[in-house]
Every structure is written in C-alpha cells, then in structure tokens.
Design a protein around this ligand. Structure first.
Ligand code: ABN
Length: 175
C-alpha cells in the first residue's frame, strides 16, 4: 500500500504549499462573520406558533375584553366589568333613551350584526374596562354612528356609568 501513502503524501504537501494556515483562518473567519450578518435578516417566524391563539379566543368568547367582537365600535366602559351584562345595565343605573349603532362581524359564525351601544346612566363613571374601538364609526355630524358622546343626554340623569352592546339585527348573506 505504499502507493496509497505516497499519493496522500503528495496531495497533502500540495495543499500545504498552496494554502497557508493564515488563509485557512481567514476563510473560517469570513464564514463566521457572514453567518452573523445574514442569519438575523433571514425571514423566519419569531412568534410562538400559538402567540395569537388567545387573542382570537378573546374576540369570540370573552365579553369582558375590549377585543370581544361585539365591541367593534364601542367607546366607553364595558358594563360586563361594572356589575351588568353585555345587554343589561348594572343595578341602580338606567339604560340610555338614545343610542348609537355599529356593524360588527362575529368571527364565530362569519355573520355581520347590527349592534346597539346604549350607555347606562344615573351613576358616576364605572372606570373599569375602558374600551375605545372605532370600526366604521363616523364623525359627530352622523350622530347615530358616532360613539364619542354621552348618550345619557336624554335621560333624567346625565351621569354616564358604562356601555352595553346589544344585538338588534343580523346582516343578510349575499350570493
Ligand atoms: N358613549 C360613551 C361616552 C360617554 C361619555 C363621554 C364619551 C363617550
């Protein structure tokens, strides 16, 4: 097997003559530096796969969260955090005689619903679960779809406490 030893000896010597240790180190160094610059800009998902799963659950189920689908045009305190329910005022308050409406999509069934946002009146501000969402909301000159106003204005007491979101209609599916 001497021919094999000779063969590898010749090859090794040739490589050793043409490539110095320094040039090998330079190549390895370039590889490291290149990797450090390129890897961070490669497009990969930095989120946990389930990072947004909880958000959608809140939108579908949790009516004490501002993300809940019925609150898409609500500006006020959620009555569900103030002793009331999503469609009834807390004890000791009375529902506003006038209201504004919004149209919100329920991610549970994909349908659009007409929502009446009534303020609950007669007691000072609840202060819990402040929520301000403005989907399809319009400026004050379109009063019925404007949310930044105290709708207790027509009640005996104008004191604003919180806001409910009652379903009053469902959109027709087209097609
Ligand atoms: N409609 C809720 C509200 C009440 C008072 C002031 C602004 C908004």
């Amino acid at each position: 097997m001497k021919w094999l030893d000779d063969f590898f000896e010749r090859k090794t010597r040739r490589v050793a003559q043409s490539a110095s240790r320094r040039s090998a180190l330079v190549k390895v160094g370039k590889l490291f530096v290149g990797t450090a610059f390129i890897l961070p800009v490669l497009p990969f998902d930095r989120m946990m796969p389930t990072a947004h799963a909880g958000e959608n659950k809140k939108a579908v189920e949790d009516d004490t969260s501002c993300d809940y689908w019925r609150y898409c045009a609500l500006d006020g305190f959620l009555c569900t955090c103030c002793g009331g329910t999503i469609s009834s005022c807390p004890p000791g308050t009375e529902i506003s005689k006038v209201t504004w409406v919004g149209t919100c999509r329920n991610p549970g069934d994909g349908k659009d619903y007409l929502i009446s946002y009534n303020d609950c009146c007669g007691v000072t501000m609840c202060g819990r679960c402040a929520c301000n969402r403005n989907e399809r909301e319009r400026p004050g000159y379109r009063l019925g779809v404007h949310n930044d106003i105290n709708w207790c204005m027509a009640n005996g007491s104008n004191a604003y406490h919180c806001t409910v979101a009652a379903i009053v209609g469902v959109g027709e599916q087209r097609g």
